[in-house]
Ligand binder design. Sequence first.
Ligand code: GLU
Length: 488
Amino acid sequence: MSTNQKPVRVRFAPSPTGYLHVGGARTAIYNYFFAKAMGGTFYLRIEDTDRKRYNEEALHDLMRDLKWLGLQWDEGPGAEKDCGPYFQSERLDIYHREIQKLLDSGDAYYCFCTEERLQQVRAEQEKSGVSVTGYDRHCRHISREEAEARIAAGENAVIRLKVPEQGITEFEDKIRGHIEYKNELLDDLVLIKRDGFPTYHFASVVDDHFMGTTHVLRGDEWISSTPKHMLLYKAFGWEPPVWCHLPVILAAGGGKLSKRKGAASVGDFRDLGYLPETLVNFLALLGWNPGDDREVMSVKEMIDCFTLERINPKAVAFDEKKLQWMNGQHIQICDNQFLVSVLKETLHAEGIDYSNSSEDRLLEIVKLLKPRAKFLQDFAQMSSYFFKAPETFDEKGQRKHWAEGSREIASAVCQAMKAIDEFTTPNIEEAFNDLAVSRNCKLGELVGAVRLAVSGVTAGPGLWELFEVVGKEEVINRIEKALPLMQE
Ligand code: GLU
């Protein structure tokens, strides 16, 4: 098909009415990946023709979230090229020019029916139980001259598409295969509203044509719009794009993913401490696979093997447990310097003073905590004892590690620590080993009480490394201060 030979141009076309939902984000990801994989163009088009639902803040957040995910558009707001403007509200002259063509060819007509009349038609249809409801095509036969005269006289009208009364409209979906709809089930849809703004259907088709869209990758919920779009392409005599309707994302327990069932927007997940790399990786795998069993992947790795053929039409469930696991995995491969900046930011937010710590020390802390971190906030939460002595001690830990005999063990460890000249991980480890040998006990018996004394908690990174980073003097002080709290 000739469409496939043209350079790929795909778009993400959100309506700025609310948050960037994970479903929308996945659509943007697939479009971005496909453009990059094919050496094509990914453009951003803002579908803001529904003026009642337009929200300036949503627009701003949407662009911020796309950038945060790393999905920078090649063309669009802030990156204007020849196909602009990229806001539909600034393209009204194009829609008005194009609708004339359909009026001229007789494929569109003016409709003067009032909202009250339409409601009445609907109510009657419901009462009589007809199988096909919708507009009764009352104005379809009004001549162009009569319609224009009525408009000139001040009457208000919408413009509708003249949908064929019989036959079928069919199309191939790259993901779902052959799809067909009976024309008799399709309404004479409105193309231009009373306020002069186009409807989604009309603007979308006109823009996809003039902006050179070769492939439309969008959520499954739009599939019932596609026959309407096909009819428009036919009426204009334009070649339609390749259609790809992406599988629905369901909540883990079934049903639609929604705020009520937990986090659902990109912003929610950012606030929870997820990395953008994790979200992109996780969402990409909701409905697509790399052809092997890889799961934790970089954007580049995914782009390198991205094909539309490997998008699965089956609905997929959003498994937040897996997302958490994946975040931990991405934190492991994340740049340490970046994590240092995260650590500083989160410490600052928690009001923990880190000004006495050098960059090298912060880097050591990050390296120690990385294997245990699942969320970015964990860095501050798990590291406070590196910056200040613990004020409280885990209660269960106290019962277990500060029980009878623990004071004597802890003071023996304290003495051994005092005897170390250079307080480094290997020397600390050696001192512990020597102490275990001389006391003829297991290493494990020596660590519990002092770990709790120094960190306030029972779990954390390796104790020798932890001691080195906390520092000799501070380790000794903390153990000595805790001794009276331990049982003899
Ligand atoms: N503006 C629509 C949306 O909000 C775009 C649908 C499409 O991609 O055609 O998702």
